[in-house]
Design a protein around this ligand. Sequence first.
Ligand code: HEC
Ligand code: HEC
Length: 395
Amino acid sequence: MQRTLIWDLPTRLFHWTLASSFALAWLTSDGDRWRSIHVFLGYLILGLVVFRLVWGFAGSHFSRFASFWFGPSEALAYLKQVAARKAPRHVGHNPTGSLAIYILLAMAVGVGLTGILTLGGDEQQGVAAGWFSFAQIKWLKELHEIGANLMLVVVFGHITGVVVESVMHKENLARSMVTGFKMAEAGTPRAKPRVWVAALMALAMLGFGGWWFAYAIDRQVDNQAWHINLEDGAGESPHVKFVGKSLPDNHTWRDECGSCHAVFYPALLPSRSWQRIMAEQGQHFGTDLGLDAATTAEVLKFMVDNAAEKHAVEAAYKIEQSIPATATPLRITETPYWMEKHREIAATDWANPLVMSKTNCAACHADADDGTFEDGAMHIPKAPAAAASAAATTP
Ligand code: HEC
Ligand code: HEC
């Protein structure tokens, strides 16, 4: 037995980058705040899988698919041998481990692709932007999440296998995936280090990361008026830049509906509400809007074109679903979804001089003017001490 290089450097780099990307993708999967990192990791994982498919033919002996081309029956047979404590040692991947690898590679592709489609439908971003609407994307999003969960199960199975195998054959398999070396009989095919391939891989990944975080995101964030607000300290911290989508805009609407209060984006109410608001514009919450017919028509068209039932954003979809078909609310703040989402906000927060009114959406939502209402742009301003104690003592 002699110390032999089994795993070349590209295989090891692939393995640990994939493992850490998967873990980080899990940690960044909740909400909008970390989305730009999450999406980056998704593309990285897809790229890694493509590399691995190539390396399955071009890599060193034990990295090639030919060296671990086992079917499910062999995997099962090996599992039985393990249970009987009679499993032979494999210098390369054992049949059960091999199956886990193929399953993980296939699932990574599935989860990555459903992720791209979800991003396109849910956020109208990425290569699949606009392919699906929010309502259509729901099941794909679920598939993405179920896939990621199943992948986690397989990962744990894989880790269990590594631990069992390491104990059974008294060798540290995780360490050999770091160093590349294992004890093997003379004549076992040796891997070449392939340092240059690994260096190119590292360069490609760093280049992609640099482009993504320094250029691609910044360029898209620059198109968003509200990112300036976020950099002024709004937005929950720790805040990571993420790219919100851009919704259609209209100047007449902004001018006419933004003079007394900030504009309420059309996606926040169904078209029947906007029709009613315009029909009753003579008595708009105690004022008369007094718009002429042409202006009314233009504003109404913009609002109907982008109303809640178009499901342009998650909030639109959820607000629309929450309103009974028989109701035509005049207020966003009286829709069931809005009330549910803001139920737990403390009275002291509403009384904060920076907020004062429920309809002052922008006080807490940096992207209110854009109508997107992303989690990452949400931030309840801190009440100055005096105002907070005054509100607290008010019965
Ligand atoms: C002349 C002033 C004025 C103009 C112009 C105006 N509004 Fe209002 N609007 C009000 C007032 C006052 C309220 C009540 C605000 C409150 O309760 O905080 C209100 C409330 C609303 C609300 C309900 C907000 C909620 O969810 O509680 C909506 C929706 C609304 N306006 C839409 C519009 C639209 C659409 C336009 C443009 C066609 C418009 N407003 C133009 C004065 C105006
Ligand atoms: C006092 C701060 C505050 C104000 C003012 C406020 N919101 Fe919110 N809003 C919140 C908080 C906090 C949440 C998050 C609740 C949660 O996570 O369940 C939220 C959640 C939401 C959501 C759901 C976002 C999502 O995807 O989960 C929407 C939509 C929304 N607000 C719309 C509005 C609109 C429209 C207005 C103005 C009419 C408004 N909000 C005013 C604090 C505020």
